[in-house]
Design a protein around this ligand. Structure first.
Ligand code: URA
Ligand code: SF4
Length: 238
């Protein structure tokens, strides 16, 4: 049984995984003893926000996202949409933001575009239980308008932590908005497709494809999306 299947079975059975995904780093230096709780200034010192988020486990991270009020989108959302799927996935799918159906149900890609995404995944032998699916923004922009730069900036640490926890072999960025925000570029989607990029500190391989909502409007482009998926398979290493 391969590692992923085994891990899925273990999780389904409620067995806590013992296997570390990174080679366990030998502690080079003896661990510093914890500061005594009474000593002021050491225990209470707030960590920088990024550093603090980098320590969160899945449950803490999810709780923080669901109660996040860091940008104005929290005022109009029904609920924040955290992400779903296999937390040890090889593939991570990253979209733009929740739509109406996602905002209602609390799960990414469950509307019409999500059904097409499922079909795209099936075409390469994957289904949504095998991959991890998330969005650049966790809350729905009113009327599905494009995310604003300040919203992306506030929300980005959540996605960064999700990527760090999943440690996928590949990120598939779906659509222009996801691709441009993940890659910090204004280049058009046509220029971002068809090659391998990398994301974040871990240089996670990243491939760009069309958004399924776009493919619903422009079905002739599905042929190009298929090319993208084949490239993604290649980059992910089969
Ligand atoms: N479009 C997205 O980009 N993400 C979703 O979750 C749904 C639609
Ligand atoms: Fe927080 Fe992101 Fe929702 Fe804004 S979109 S409130 S940053 S979770």
């Amino acid at each position: 049984m391969d590692r992923q299947r085994r891990s899925q079975y273990l999780q389904a059975m409620g067995i806590v995984e013992w296997q570390r995904r990174e080679p366990a780093a030998a502690p080079a230096v003896q661990q510093l003893p914890a500061a005594p709780a009474t000593e002021p200034g050491l225990t209470d010192a707030p960590l920088p926000a990024g550093g603090e988020i980098a320590q969160l486990d899945w449950d803490e991270l999810q709780a923080r996202v669901l109660s996040c009020t860091a940008c104005d989108l929290h005022k109009s959302r029904t609920q924040a949409v955290f992400g779903v799927g296999n937390r040890n996935a090889d593939w991570m799918i990253v979209g733009e933001a929740p739509g109406a159906e996602e905002d209602r149900r609390g799960e990414p890609f469950v509307g019409r575009a999500g059904q097409l995404l499922d079909s795209m995944l099936h075409a390469i032998g994957l289904d949504r239980q095998q991959v991890y699916i998330a969005n650049v923004l966790k809350c729905r922009p009113p009327n599905n308008r494009d995310p604003r730069p300040e919203e992306v900036e506030q929300c980005e640490p959540w996605l960064q932590r999700q990527v760090a926890l999943v440690q996928p072999r590949l990120i598939l960025a779906v659509g222009r908005v996801a691709a441009q925000n993940l890659l910090k570029t204004n280049a058009p989607l046509s220029r971002l497709r068809g090659r391998r990029h990398s994301y974040g500190e871990a240089n996670t391989p990243l491939v760009v494809t069309y958004h399924p909502a776009y493919l619903l409007r422009s079905p002739l482009e599905k042929r190009k999306a298929w090319q993208d998926l084949k490239l993604a398979l290649e980059v992910a290493g089969g």
